[in-house]
Design a protein around this ligand. Structure first.
Ligand code: NAD
Length: 426
């Protein structure tokens, strides 16, 4: 058996993602006079586990993979955050995503902290059996830190309900009994919540409707462009179209399609399932991912990876509202350009929090073994999204700051109170 070693330089990452999140945390801590000990705690991740582990391939060879599980802060409750499978993911990015989860759960006011996990791998080139073996081994490696009372994973880019089922099963085998509450985003048949699969896209749709209403726009006359056609992007596209919006452009990792008269989202989904991509869909013009971000529209939903709206392309964005379906899709430089150009940016920690809200509901249902119907879940989600959106909007109006700063203000107020109440151990 050949055992390939990982390229370890990949694992460290020299990106800016975590320092960008820290900078904004520090700016808002200054504004709020947050006690120094709280600020210092928020500047670091509480725990970082790096694992290197072998996985057997179908051809008999094996490869060493590198994975992470980072817990940023669990002051307000057990840590919560997804697991990403992507060839370019780094420890730095995982830290940033974990910190965003701490802020997001605080904005949503659900009793969780923030965490994130990742494996550097390309799930697109692996068989289902290889993915299962990778997932089970990664789960065994991180099972010393995850658990229903301490750190609860969920899906993110490159992972899905099937991956969550393997995680739940592997963790349960180690305990000798089923532990459904160890992950959320599971299939409904093994304890998942109705409405969880659609929750993040549904939350983005609710955010888009509230934002357009507050700007005096009619959503039925709004045009929408969406980057990313996975869990978040595809659900947001379907639900926004159902609300009467005209979805004019959609992309995936291979590029996008555009038709100013509108796309049939359901037919495009079927086409993507059949061909593996959205490009060349009939009656549309192919566009690159960069061109998609610049198409004229009222609502732009980046729902793919981080850093997509940046200094190089922000000035060419022609939209009124950005709904950040993805985590960290806008760099600080792009944020300033969009703000100067009068674009309303609804930040990730508010716009895409629908997933973690329904994950909370799934966790509660799992712990009680008492399950709700979809209308109850959606009603609860609608209430929490509307409350948080309204709170952030009001802070942004009263303190004359953009919605990202306002969301950080709301989150850091809640986190500071909790950290002060708990104090420092011992
Ligand atoms: P996914 O894997 O289901 O879909 C990702 C989509 O992005 C795919 O369509 C892929 O083709 C596309 N994509 C990848 N690279 C791209 C590129 N360079 N340009 C354009 N498209 C590209 O992932 P997802 O769960 O939909 O997550 C998308 C984003 O939303 C991520 O930033 C994730 O962190 C964030 N998010 C997800 C959830 C959730 O519940 N799944 C919750 C909150 C935030």
């Amino acid at each position: 058996m050949n055992l390939q070693r990982p390229n370890v330089s990949e694992a460290s990452g020299d990106g800016q993602a975590f320092s960008n999140v820290r900078k904004l945390i520090n700016d808002v801590c200054d504004r709020l006079n947050v006690p120094e000990r709280c600020r210092l705690k928020l500047n670091e991740c509480e725990r970082e586990l790096i694992v290197h582990f072998p996985v057997k391939f179908d051809d008999g060879n094996a490869k060493i993979f590198t994975g992470f599980r980072v817990l940023h802060n669990d002051t307000r409750g057990p840590a919560k955050g997804g697991i990403r499978y992507h060839p370019d993911v780094t420890l730095d990015e995982t830290r940033a995503l974990a910190a965003l989860m701490t802020l997001k759960t605080a904005v949503a006011n659900v009793p969780f902290g923030g965490a994130k996990g990742a494996v550097i791998c390309d799930p697109k080139v692996m068989s289902q059996d290889e993915l299962e073996r990778l997932t089970r081994r990664y789960t065994a490696e991180i099972s010393i830190v995850i658990g229903p009372e301490c750190d609860i994973p969920a899906p993110d880019v490159g992972t899905n309900p099937q991956v969550m089922a393997w995680i739940m099963d592997t963790y349960s085998m180690g305990k000798g009994h089923s532990v459904p509450a160890v992950v959320t985003g599971k299939p409904i048949e093994i304890g998942g919540s109705k409405g969880r699969f659609e929750a993040t896209g549904r939350g983005c749709t609710i955010s888009a409707l509230l934002a357009t209403k507050n700007l005096g726009m009619n959503p039925r006359e709004a045009t929408v462009a969406i980057q990313g056609f996975g869990n978040v992007g595809a659900v947001a596209a379907r639900l926004l179209a159902r609300e009467g919006c005209r979805v004019v452009a959609i992309s995936d990792s291979r590029g996008g399609v555009y038709n100013q008269n509108g796309l049939n989202v359901d037919k495009l989904l079927a086409y993507k399932r059949e061909t593996g991509a959205v490009c060349d869909f009939k009656d549309t013009e192919n566009v690159t991912n960069d061109e998609l971000l610049g198409v004229p529209c009222d609502i732009l939903v980046p729902a793919a990876l981080g850093g997509q709206l940046n200094q190089a392309n922000a000035a060419s964005v022609k939209t009124k509202v950005v709904i950040e379906g993805a985590n960290n899709p806008t760099t600080p430089e792009a944020d300033m350009i969009l703000s100067d150009n009068g674009v309303l940016v609804v930040p990730d920690i508010l716009a895409n929090m629908g997933g973690v809200v329904v994950s909370y509901l799934e966790w509660v249902q799992g712990l009680q073994s008492f399950f709700w119907d979809e209308s109850q879940v959606n009603e609860y989600l609608g209430k929490i999204m509307t409350n948080s959106f309204t709170e952030v909007w009001e802070i942004s109006q009263s303190e004359k700051v953009n919605m990202r700063v306002a969301a950080y203000v709301l989150a850091l107020r809640r986190l500071t109170v909790a950290m002060c109440l708990r104090g420092i151990y011992p």
